[in-house]
Design a protein around this ligand. Structure first.
Ligand SMILES: [Zn+2]
Ligand SMILES: [Zn+2]
Length: 271
């Protein structure tokens, strides 16, 4: 079993549960660690991001849980940093870097939305051309490392969230793959850990974890590591499809998977 989840959200951002209940659930599951990754402050997205005040509350609360549960489970205080956030990345145990918005002048256009809203973004911003949408995503994602020091790339191919039900672009086309691989190469120069994310399965959008296998294979070729996270917004899904994710990683040629410990990332062999 994979013994931790570093991608979890609670009530101070857009998660359903209070933080201590998530720690208790992690203990029930036999985890050795649990990491919180509240959404960073996004002035353009008050409904999802934590305000500056809530961010301070979040840090105090999670650090309190770290002390309270010391010796039973490692509690980590992380952050899911949206690329355009106005937030200080210091003082966290780890940073997940993610892109959920396009920036056009002073407008921020969210695309981590339901399929109808994604279609509207493609129609309004890309003249109805889904391939242009995909290209814009990967080109913008390449700039992630310029916004701060990050430890983990979150949901690398997030734009494939609706691929099981909607064909916004052709994921198998050489052009799409070239854009995605270019972004893998650019990010891998500075961020050496990528996340296998099962959040879209928990929410009923997808049947398989992402990134896609061709991306995972490239991540391995570049010598980067992977962690597994469920992008948990509801404790019932804290270990959603972890077994399947381990099998996916193994099938993509990885011989080990990373976990975070108080001493940093450690590789565990996949048998
Ligand atoms: Zn995210
Ligand atoms: Zn998340």
């Amino acid at each position: 079993m994979y013994p931790q989840n570093l991608h979890t959200h609670g009530v101070l951002c857009d998660g359903k549960d209070d933080y201590e209940s998530t720690v208790r659930r992690a203990l029930e599951l036999g985890f050795s660690a649990i990491g919180f990754s509240g959404h960073s402050y996004m002035p353009y997205s008050p409904a999802y991001g934590m305000s500056k005040k809530k961010t301070a509350q979040y840090r105090a609360l999670v650090n309190g849980l770290k002390e309270k549960y010391r010796g039973r489970i490692d509690v980590f205080c992380g952050i899911e940093f949206d690329m355009y956030s106005d937030d200080d990345l210091c003082g966290y145990d780890y940073v997940i870097g993610s892109l959920h918005y396009f920036k056009r002048g002073d407008r921020y256009i969210g695309f981590d939305r339901n399929a109808e809203q994604v279609q509207a973004v493609i129609d309004e911003e890309f003249g109805g051309d889904g391939m242009k949408y995909a290209q814009a995503y990967y080109e913008e994602l390449c700039h992630l490392p310029e916004y701060g020091k990050m430890d983990i790339v979150g949901h690398f191919d997030l734009i494939t969230k609706h691929s099981d039900t909607h064909r916004f672009f052709d994921e198998n086309s050489p052009q799409y793959r070239a854009w995605a691989l270019e972004a893998v190469h650019t990010l891998a120069e500075t961020i050496r850990v990528f996340e296998v994310n099962t959040g879209a399965i928990a929410r009923g959008y997808r049947r398989t974890p992402y990134p896609a296998p061709f991306i995972l294979k490239e991540i391995r070729e570049l010598g980067c590591g992977v962690v597994i996270g469920s992008d948990c917004h509801d404790n019932r899904y804290l270990d959603c499809r972890f077994q399947e994710s381990l099998e996916l990683i193994r099938a993509c040629g990885f011989r080990e998977v990373l976990t975070l410990t108080p001493r940093g990332f450690t590789a565990a062999p996949l048998d």
